[in-house]
Design a binder for this molecule. Structure first.
Ligand code: SF4
Ligand code: SF4
Length: 175
């Protein structure tokens, strides 16, 4: 039985005579290349841009890097409820909660705050579930989409980096 199966598979992958010369596939590839060459060279229709000198406008629905928000009085919205951490399918969020200290001016007036809040961008799949799950409107994926970095540490967003201005942190500029 095993021999018969092998023969059938081999037959299925037999090429016809013109496929064996690959002319058709090579011709198709060359035609596509030629079409793009003509478009770019003579009709100025290139799809690429000179990045980073030029940048594209993202749509309003674009999911970039995470940013963390403050309320109208400048206090951190996050109350370390762990909702985002538990819902994250990529296990990318790490939170360490602590009691709000007496000097709580920069914190939300509830029991806890996120003493440590990190998102590992090498794990994150940008699904947006953390944003949806947050009951405090503390975390949004409204930052930049530029994520080039030359070391792993720069790809871990800390709370402090996410608290930077709207538009998110700039990787490579640690604070
Ligand atoms: S966007 Fe998705 S994967 Fe990334 S941290 Fe949020 S919940 Fe996790
Ligand atoms: S960001 Fe939102 S969901 Fe995550 S711990 Fe803070 S308050 Fe909870």
């Amino acid at each position: 039985m095993a021999t018969v199966n092998v023969v059938n598979v081999a037959k299925r992958h037999q090429f016809s005579w013109y496929e064996q010369f690959y002319f058709w596939s090579i011709g198709k590839g060359l035609w596509i290349t030629l079409k793009h060459f003509v478009k770019v060279a003579f009709f100025n229709k290139q799809k690429t841009i000179e990045y980073p000198e030029k940048k594209r406008q993202y749509s309003s629905r674009f999911r970039g890097m995470h940013s963390m928000k403050r309320d109208e009085q400048g206090r951190e919205r996050c109350t370390a409820c762990f909702c985002c951490m538990w819902i994250c399918p990529a296990n990318a969020i790490l939170i360490q909660a602590a009691e709000v200290p007496a000097d709580r001016q920069h914190l939300h007036p509830e029991d806890k705050y996120a003493q440590k809040f990190e998102i590992d961008l090498l794990r994150c799949i940008f699904c947006g579930l953390c944003e949806e799950a947050c009951p405090k409107g503390a975390i949004y994926l409204d930052g930049t989409g530029e994520m080039a970095a030359d070391n792993r540490e720069d790809l871990v967003l800390t709370k402090e980096r996410m608290m930077e201005k709207l538009g998110g942190p700039i990787l490579g500029q640690r604070i």
